[in-house]
Design a protein around this ligand. Sequence first.
Ligand SMILES: Cc1cc2nc3c(=O)[nH]c(=O)nc-3n(C[C@H](O)[C@H](O)[C@H](O)COP(=O)(O)OP(=O)(O)OC[C@H]3O[C@@H](n4cnc5c(N)ncnc54)[C@H](O)[C@@H]3O)c2cc1C
Length: 340
Amino acid sequence: MKDTIDLRALIETIAAETGFSGDIRRNEPMTAHTTFKVGGPADLWVHPVGDCFPVFAAALLRRLRAVGIPLFILGGGANLVAADAGIRGITLDTSGWTGAEAARGGPCRLLVRSGTAVDDAVEAAAERGWGGLEFLAGMPGAIGGAVWMNARCYERQVSDVLIQTEILDYSPSDGSFHRVWVPSAPGEFSYKHSPFQKWDAGNRGPLILAAEFGLEKREVSDIRREMAAHRRDREEKGHYRYPSAGSVFKNSRDFGKPTGQIIDELGLRGYAVGGAQVAPWHGNIIINTGNAHAADIRDLTEQVAEKVRDATGFELEPEIIFVGEWVTTVRIGVGNLRRG
Ligand SMILES: Cc1cc2nc3c(=O)[nH]c(=O)nc-3n(C[C@H](O)[C@H](O)[C@H](O)COP(=O)(O)OP(=O)(O)OC[C@H]3O[C@@H](n4cnc5c(N)ncnc54)[C@H](O)[C@@H]3O)c2cc1C
C-alpha cells in the first residue's frame, strides 16, 4: 500500500486539517540537519513551526501508523549519522517547537518544549536564577534528543533533573495519539538510556513534546560561572573544531578506563577512512575533515571497534545513531540502526 501513496499529498492533507505552518520539502539533504554534516536526502522533510506542532504531529503519527509509512523524529541532529542514501518516509523536524517557561507544579520548575536548543534551555534556567542545568551548557542538540538519549556530561545526566516528560501516546482503542505527561520513575533511566528508546507506542516510539525540570534557586553569578567553565572546557577539548557528533562510543565500567583512552593506547588517533578521521586530539571523537561520506564514518566506527575487540576483547557500543537507508548492513551497534 505504501508504495502507491503520494507522501507529499498525504502530508499536505494533514497540514490543511491541522492549521500547519512551516516547511515541507522533498529530498531535503540531511547534511543541513546533522552536526556531522553528512547524509543524503530525506524523502519528505516536514518542519512544523509554532503552536501547530502538537496537533499536526498527533495527526501525522496517526495517519502514518495507519498506512505503514516510516517516520523519523529529528532533534538537533547532534547524535546522528544519516546514511548517504538518505532517509525513507517522513522526517519530522522538531526544531520549530521551541520555548521555555515556568511550570506550575512547584517552585523552580522549568517546562521546555522538545525542539528548544539545549543551550537555550540552559539560558532560560540561568535567567531565572534556577540552577541544575548548568552541566549541559555548550552541548549541541535539542531538549527532546537530550531526554531521549538521557544525555550526560560532567558526572551528571538529564534524568537527575527531569521530573516528567510530555509525549504523544498511542491509544490502541481508537488509533489516536494524545498528549500525556509521564513522571520520571527511578530505575527507568540509566547510562545513555531512557525509557523512550524502547517504548512501543506507535510508529516507532513516542514523540517527546516537552520536559519539566526540577531546579533549585542559585546565585545567577554562580550559575553563569559554571556554564562558562563547561563551555570553555568543551572549546579546549576541541568539540567545535570540526563537524562531529561528540563521543562515538559509550564508556563501560567493565573496561576499567574511558573508551577514548583505550582507543588512544592503540595508537588510533588520526586514523582515517576517506574524509572521516579519529580526532588527532581525542580517541573517542570522529570528525568530518571536510568531505566525509556517512559511509566513511560508519566504516571508521566499525574498524575502530574491530581493532579494539582484537586487541582487548572489549565490545565497543556506539553512542552515535545510524539512521536511514544503508546499502549494506551496519555490522556493529545493530540496536542503534534505525531505518528511516
Ligand atoms: C560537539 C558535540 C559534543 C557532544 N557532547 C555530548 C555530551 O557531552 N554528552 C552527551 O550525552 N552527548 C553529547 N553529544 C551528542 C548530542 O549532543 C546529544 O546526544 C544530544 O542530546 C542529542 O540531541 P539531538 O536533539 O541532537 O538529537 P538527535 O541527534 O536529533 O536524535 C537523537 C535520537 O533522539 C531521537 N529524538 C530526538 N528528538 C526527539 C523527540 N522530540 N521525540 C522523540 N525522539 C526524539 C531521534 O529520533 C534519535 O533517535 C555531543 C555532540 C556534539 C556534536
